[in-house]
Design a protein around this ligand. Structure first.
Ligand code: ADP
Length: 270
């Protein structure tokens, strides 16, 4: 049949070609394995809130005579469904970022606006814990890339900083230009990360202490998203942390072209 025919024709070409084909399939298999892994993890993670919602629905039925209990269970159903919504949103976001054309066409955009958006996303949570989130860095910087993605990534870092900090503490979002990059940073005075865990926190679904962090409603996907955004921009993520004292996450991304007023772009000959 045809497959044999193809094999017979490939063999005499060169040993290099055969090697290239083998490598290509190894890569394909690895990608496939990662995908299978992801699907298995996703199914597992979805089962938790769905299971909780089922149990709570049963509990509501059983408690029909007790209005206070019904309200309490309804509140918990709301928490679980919010968690489920967040999980689904982040899974969709992550799989989109893993696609080939995740970045789109890079554009130059204002860092200040993106910082403001990122801070805004967590304002309700920050207010609830009386945490002050301040923008304290160089102003007027430009970045090159996708502003929505950078806002999302920085927003995840701010949201973590708020989630893993005690009430009445402070979170500082900074920006500075370092050579051809802009380094964004988020510093908190929170619980910190144990040195043994710091390599793993960027893995999908990884949480340092899932039981203790249940109340934060974390999904373990926030930092994976940050990592993917950095990678698609040719940037880097860094983390420094001292347990019990706080953490600093940095996101270093390519700087955009600052077109100052008066200097027109060079004319291009048609
Ligand atoms: P999650 O949704 O659980 O926050 P992430 O991927 O954003 O997931 O973070 C992974 C884990 O890293 C968190 O569960 C938490 O244990 C730890 N972590 C992330 N940011 C911080 C921080 N600012 N301070 C302390 N721990 C953090």
């Amino acid at each position: 049949g045809p497959p044999l025919h193809v094999t017979a024709r490939i063999a005499p070409l060169s040993s290099r070609l055969v090697l290239a084909l083998v490598e290509d399939r190894t890569h394909e298999r690895r990608v496939e394995a990662i995908r299978r892994d992801f699907v298995a993890n996703v199914s597992h993670e979805l089962k938790t809130p769905v299971g909780a919602l089922n149990l709570l629905a049963e509990a509501v039925q059983d408690a029909a005579e007790d209005p206070e209990a019904v309200l309490r269970f309804a509140g918990r159903m709301q928490t679980e469904s919010a968690r489920l919504t967040r999980l689904v949103q982040q899974i969709i976001e992550l799989s989109r970022l893993q696609g080939d054309d995740a970045l789109g066409t890079p554009e130059t955009f204002d860092v200040d606006q993106v910082v403001a958006r990122a801070i805004d996303q967590s304002s309700i949570d920050a207010q609830a814990k009386q945490i002050e989130v301040v923008h304290n860095g160089e102003r007027g910087l430009k970045l090159l890339g996708n502003p929505d993605e950078v806002a999302l990534a920085l927003g995840n870092l701010v949201s973590n900083a708020v989630a893993y900090s005690n009430d009445k503490s402070r979170v500082v979002v900074g920006a500075k230009s370092v050579e051809d990059r802009v380094e964004l940073s988020v510093t908190d005075q929170g619980i910190g990360i144990p040195p043994t865990e710091i390599d793993r926190i960027f893995e999908r679904f990884y949480r340092v202490d899932p039981a203790r962090h249940r109340s934060t409603g974390g999904t373990g996907l926030g930092l994976s998203i940050v990592k993917h955004v950095a990678a698609s921009h040719g940037g880097e993520v860094g983390v420094w942390s001292v347990e019990g004292q706080g953490s600093t996450f940095t996101l270093s991304l390519p700087q955009g072209t600052t077109s100052t007023s008066g200097s027109a772009p060079p004319a291009t000959a048609g």
